[in-house]
Write a protein that binds this ligand. Sequence first.
Ligand SMILES: [Fe+2]
Ligand SMILES: [Fe+2]
Length: 395
Amino acid sequence: MKIGIYGGAFDPFHNGHLSMIRGVIASKKVDRVIVIPTGMPCFKPARKVTLSPYRFYMVKAALKDEPKCEVCDIEQVFGKPSYTVETLKNLRKQKVVSDKDELFLMCGSDILFEFESWYQPEEILKQASLLCALRPGIDEGQARNEASHLEEKFGTKIRFFKIDGVEVASSKIRRENDFDDVSDVVKTFIKDHDLYSEDSPLMNVSDEMYKTLMQHCFTLFHEMSGKRLLHSMNVCVTATRFAIRFGADPDKCALAGLLHDCAKELPEKEQIDLAAKIIHGYIPGKQILHSPAGAVYAREHYGVEDQEVLDAIQYHTIGREVMTITDKIVYLADKIEPARHFDDLSEIRRLAEDDLDGALIECYCAIRESFAEKGQEIHEDTKKSLAYLLAQREK
Ligand SMILES: [Fe+2]
Ligand SMILES: [Fe+2]
């Protein structure tokens, strides 16, 4: 089978990318396309690129109904940058493609002029041939001349295919927040995950913490569903935003936010065993169990030693009588991160602009009300926390 390999940061995935995929399929030069969002960037500081699971799931959403096309997570397993040549070799090693498959590395014509400076170009060409897109308006003669030079130098054959789309620059989309050149699906994804906002909160965590968060994202990618990972990342970003707003520690809030649900998809028995290490005498209900289990799992599996972070994970479902600022922030971020779409969140979100305790009280009251509608009462610890906050405000 002839397979087009299309790698990139896709930050964001835009109509220029889509025209490459549709163009190559229409050209019949390949039978299918494997799209590979990069994990950790090779040539840019990591902070300059959106965390990889966001980009991976954005591409997945964008190409959900695209025929003859699949999105591959091979670079999401790598906790380090992967050069093109390594990725190509890994595709065969991990049997994503078979030895019989013929691989074509898809690229724009601009790549021809820089290909010689890539890492191990001759090795790349042993794994795949170049398949180059010709966009309207480019100097085709110049591209073909450069291709002839590369063909002679490396003993390879370079093929071309025509595409309709004009050049779109991801950097311009990010910089100007102008989303005319992305599909509606991508627009919704960007909105739901608050990507590309001007005040990117993760810029405020320390370098060391940013690296830690990235590494944990790679681990979490394998440990939880996409939906929960995206929720966890949203809580991480929202909690960091609140930390800056309310004078808490961005590193602690980011870490607790990312890991707050880290035990939620573990088997129930494992969660019980983990929770039993810090809760004695009773087993919390299913909805709550993952919080104490998560605190232990974060310590044992993710190496978190900061008790304030572990506490915020432990109390993110029901709270506790006296909450630390990190507890409050993670609790609230979990309830109102941007992908949460409940009707009654607007007032809590409004309060969270400048009144952390007020937002928390509003949130507790909303939960109490929805429990009451079902004839249930909120947890004793939540009641205590609410009473404490109300008493503090009366002082
Ligand atoms: Fe949770
Ligand atoms: Fe959560």
